[in-house]
Ligand binder design. Sequence first.
Ligand SMILES: CC(C)(COP(=O)(O)OP(=O)(O)OC[C@H]1O[C@@H](n2cnc3c(N)ncnc32)[C@H](O)[C@@H]1OP(=O)(O)O)[C@@H](O)C(=O)NCCC(=O)NCCS
Length: 192
Amino acid sequence: MEDAAGIDRPRKRPAINIRQMEIDDIAQVFHLGEELFTASEWPNLYRTWDEYEVISLFQSDPELCLVAEGEEGLLGFALGTTIEKSHSAWKYGYLVWLGVRPSQQRSGVAARLFKTLKDLLMETGARILLVDTEADNLPALKFFRKQGFGNPQEHIFLTLNLDQARRKNGERKAPGRPPERFRLDDAEPDPD
Ligand SMILES: CC(C)(COP(=O)(O)OP(=O)(O)OC[C@H]1O[C@@H](n2cnc3c(N)ncnc32)[C@H](O)[C@@H]1OP(=O)(O)O)[C@@H](O)C(=O)NCCC(=O)NCCS
């Protein structure tokens, strides 16, 4: 939160409860994610966030899907999973999604969610905890640093526009209208 001098400061800590996500929370978690992971701000998060993401993590790892709630209802979520490799004793914890209602950011909600998730992952025997986010997501990077994450490894996302390739192919095969199944009515706002 910025004060009158424009300085980014933490807010007062609200009373919050961290609990396991329930089936009735799924829609709210999904909609809060839609509000946070926008195409203009975080294109890769936007591309991979949908209701099936929430549902499939809830199905596979319900004990690692957490929500924070306060007087105003749902304030944030942390969705995690574990990764085990065959022929390896290593088990990784992976914090896949983390989000806090904008009006409640900088009040310790994500820190509380993260601590609970970390304790649960330690109980499962995970030895390393992974997170990833976009390189210019400074709030998230500062948050993860504050939680003790280090050793950042660069991972570059590249994109190839298959719609353009499809249009070119379609034009070549059947001049005029592209085949019905290739027409996208609600095209993604193009961040590139
Ligand atoms: C990243 C995010 C989850 C942090 O949630 P939060 O509840 O605001 O974080 P907290 O209040 O627990 O912050 C804990 C510490 O992290 C750091 N931090 C968090 N947000 C920060 C920001 N915007 N600027 C600087 N430091 C920040 C601070 O050190 C903070 O401690 P302090 O407030 O005592 O200074 C939140 O900004 C968010 O939802 N972002 C959009 C979604 C997203 O990018 N998720 C991550 C990728 S999946």
